[in-house]
Design a protein around this ligand. Sequence first.
Ligand code: GLV
Ligand code: MN
Ligand code: MN
Ligand code: MN
Length: 399
Amino acid sequence: METVNQLLASIQDVGRDAVRGGYSRAVYSTPELDLRQWFIEQAKQRGLDVETDRNGIIWAWWGKPQNGALVTGSHLDSVPGGGAFDGPLGVASALAAVDILKSRGVQPPRSLAITVFPEEEGSRFGVACLGSRLLTGAIDVDKALNLRDADGNTFGDVARANDLDPRHIGPDSEALARIGDFVELHVEQGKGLGQGGPAIAVGSSILGHGRWKISVSGQGNHAGTTLMADRADPMVAAAQIVLAVRDTAAKQPDARATVGRLSPVPGGTNVIASRVDLWLDARHPDDAVTARLIEAIYGAAEEVAAAEGCTATLTEESYSDTVHFDPGLSRRIGGLLPGAPVLATGAGHDAGVLAGYVPSAMLFVRNPSGISHSPEEYVADKDASAGTVALADVLEGLL
Ligand code: GLV
Ligand code: MN
Ligand code: MN
Ligand code: MN
């Protein structure tokens, strides 16, 4: 069977993005579907029984599906122009860890499953961890079914086109009861594990984080005939809102706030936009501080919009409270990985959503530069191998 590095090498050409660099593997796009198929084949080659549940989560079982199983896994979708490891590292490590356990002659006293969650990044439908939110009921089903991608397709329609029945999408207590403990291995996405020190860390917490849409409306008009004094240009307001986001967050220790996506409507070089939509991602360990941060940003947005003769509206698209991983489970994992540091993360994960419902924990694998959500995201082969052995040790100890 392939090592983790061979498994990752076998998918290195799937979903490459020639324009952005890196990978664009949006959920239910051809590359993500190809990866799901790849996973199913790899799982079957290992003798695992594969099923896809009513929310599109793939489960590969070593042993019979049963309540209270040990579950590990991650996701195969990516951000636009993302790296090779965010998601696939956890999936490939899980497959390779099963090989290691089998080579050690482990006979699992309880069943073990590998899961692949759809739309972890929220890159297509806007809400991150959509699969785990649906499984647990952490998102309203109607809201989920009506989420739209950039082409206007609803999640419900895309789910139907991918053999899911929208009438059965949503909280799945039977599937959730199967998770006794959940462990997600993931590439480290900050500078928490430097060169030279340990390559693997145990996760402690995830910053509270959310997404908001700010829409600025003005007067669409002609770029050549409209005097500067006569404009109500929402792009000019949007530019000031981006600065306000940076400046407001910079004043708040531990806060992060980002406008990573901005869309002028209609979007023509010689057209003053009639509307600009901005998407704001904001994070802080204290949920009350995040709420105040958003209030301050929205106050600033209303002010700069008014000064440009425009109006601004704010819509919350999703929010996840700060998560502390299960202390008992994390302590057991720490005992199985002596010397592994304990690390908080600013990135969201399905393990974070699941942590609200079942004991969950995470392992992080060194990413020397800390760069992630970028083509430069990197894990050395030896660290990926070490992560797989660590995951195998953890799974064996928890089984
Ligand atoms: C997902 O990776 C996120 O943290 O946004
Ligand atoms: Mn991820
Ligand atoms: Mn990610
Ligand atoms: Mn993530």
